[in-house]
Write a protein that binds this ligand. Structure first.
Ligand code: SAH
Ligand code: SF4
Ligand code: F3S
Length: 486
């Protein structure tokens, strides 16, 4: 069997795209291999959101230069966002590449591979402009998603489902709108069919994907309508969705989270900055006051909801005072966690054109560390408040520290899973618990993890009639005490 090596960087969209690429190529007879050494196809599914993500791929491509001389039949492909953005540069820096394929053209890969093999010439398939990519996306929604490959998912019971593609927001720092094309929502019928198919394959948790997922609208159908519709899918126990845009956090969506028990009370809503001048330069279209009100509204309508955020430090013009305002927001907002990034100028964005990248690298680094330290302290507080709670955990599998180690007594290992609020929980349990929903009593916490004991191994079935989000203080009785590893 011919072998495919595929390396993926970037966001969940790319992870899903890679699953689809592998699904398509498996049908062509390829099998996956762990190393490029013996591969017939070497593919990189790339990201352009920050310079670092691109550097990683260019160095990997550089390392393959000799490989290609020794194995001229190996086909090397650059897929995804960096392919869309950097066609000429890839040709220049890595002339040994055989295929350059954008995100809207991935379904064409079987043909591109064949033509590259036969002709020995570089094959390029990219979106020419944003209007063209709208049609490609429409087609790819139809032709591509049936090609899913469960073996590519971290486990069989969790899956991503694309409900939108592209972005029209054009935040000034961000390359995504130009590499992923225009914002486009998928037909609810198609989404519902895919979710039914996944449920039939044993998937219990779906995560709906969109760059601004709460801006979803197809005809008169909004995200709240879509959630209500998907909620009836038998077998699906949890529905999550990422990533939310603060401005589009409408009350109907919050009521849907409150009223639909399968919809998890967790929102990722990036703030990016706590300073109005910077938000304006970023063209985020809201003020920090609006963002604070939005947080209050989420928490009022859905008590107990967990919220996480993203921040960029060192954006053009960010003074020490602006940065302090971001620190204040992180201190007040009690985010579950935040992803913090140093600003990376992206040629082709408005930010790069309009503003100087005037915050020195050491200052960006220091602000990154400082904000992370504040967030970690806040996460620890949030986690400590959960000690003594009984939470519902969907078990994902053995935790990373366990893998490769011998089991504890009774065949137990350290297992990991997530609560409905997306908190990571580690506990001792049998590996066969993977995929089950259990009750766990939380009795310890760090900034990143909750630790606990399984109350019962009985599977909890979440039905449309059950109560939403039950995180109740644990009674001290009926506890199955299992040894806990810190
Ligand atoms: N669509 C999502 C996020 C897309 S990219 C949203 O709007 O929230 C993921 C994160 O990368 C962003 O939230 C932002 O914090 C960060 N990011 C995007 N462009 C960046 C850049 N040029 N430099 C540093 N971080 C960036
Ligand atoms: Fe980028 Fe802004 Fe679109 Fe998110 S909303 S993908 S940050 S342009
Ligand atoms: Fe990166 Fe493309 Fe996602 S630029 S963050 S892989 S949409």
């Amino acid at each position: 069997m011919p072998k495919l090596y595929l390396e993926t960087v970037g966001c969940q969209m790319n992870v899903l795209d890679s699953e689809l690429v592998v699904g398509t190529l498996r049908r062509q007879g390829y099998e996956l291999t762990e190393t490029p050494d013996d591969a017939d196809l070497i593919f990189f599914n790339t990201c352009s959101v920050r310079q670092h993500a691109e550097d990683k791929i260019y160095s990997a491509l550089g390392r393959l230069r000799h490989h290609k001389i020794k194995h001229p039949d190996t086909i090397i492909g650059v897929l995804g966002c960096m392919a869309q953005k950097d066609q000429e540069l890839i040709k220049k820096r890595a002339p040994h590449v055989d295929i350059i394929c954008g995100t809207g053209q991935l379904a064409q890969l079987p043909t591109l591979i064949q033509t590259a093999r036969e002709s020995g010439e570089l094959q390029v398939a990219l979106s020419l402009d944003r209007t063209e990519s709208r049609h490609e996306v429409e087609r790819s929604f139809e032709s591509y998603d049936p090609m899913r490959d469960p073996s590519m998912r971290p486990n069989r019971f969790q899956a991503y489902v694309r409900i939108m593609i592209g972005c029209d927001k054009f935040c000034t720092y961000c390359i995504v709108p130009s590499v992923r094309g225009p914002e486009q929502s998928r037909h609810p019928e198609q989404i519902a069919a895919e979710v039914r198919q996944l449920a039939g394959e044993g998937v219990k948790e779906i995560t709906l994907l969109g760059q601004t997922v709460n801006s979803y609208h197809h005809g008169s159908s909004r995200l709240s309508d879509l959630l209500a519709r998907l909620h009836d899918t038998a077998g699906i126990e949890r529905i999550k969705f990422i990533t939310n845009f603060p401005k589009d956090m409408t009350d109907d969506l919050l009521y849907a989270i409150r009223d639909l028990p399968k919809v998890c009370p967790y929102l990722h809503v990036p703030a990016q900055s706590g300073c109005n001048d910077i938000l304006k330069r970023m063209k985020r279209m809201y003020t920090v006051e609006f963002y604070r009100d939005m947080l209050a509204r989420c928490r009022e309508i859905v008590p107990g909801i967990a919220i996480s955020s993203d921040f960029i430090v060192g954006f053009c013009g960010e003074s020490e005072a602006s940065f302090e305002m971001t620190c204040d927001l992180v201190r007040e907002a009690t985010f579950k966690n935040s992803f913090i990034f140093k600003y990376s100028p992206r040629p082709g964005t408005r930010g790069h054109e309009l503003y100087d990248d005037d915050v020195p690298e050491e200052v960006k680094k220091r602000r990154n560390n400082d904000l992370l330290a504040i967030q970690n302290a806040m996460s620890l507080q949030d986690h400590r408040r959960r000690i003594g709670l009984r939470v519902e955990v969907l078990v994902e599998g053995p935790s990373k520290v366990t893998l490769g180690r011998s089991p504890l007594a009774n065949g137990l290992v350290q297992m990991t899973g997530r609560t409905r609020t997306d908190h990571i929980v580690v506990f001792d349990g049998h590996p066969r618990l993977a995929g089950q929903t259990l009750l766990v009593d939380i009795d310890d916490a760090t900034s990143f993890t909750l630790y606990g004991n399984v109350v019962t191994s009985e599977h909890i079935s979440v039905s449309a009639e059950s109560e939403p989000c039950c995180e109740v203080p644990a009674p001290k009785t009926d506890r199955v005490s299992l040894p806990l590893i810190g």
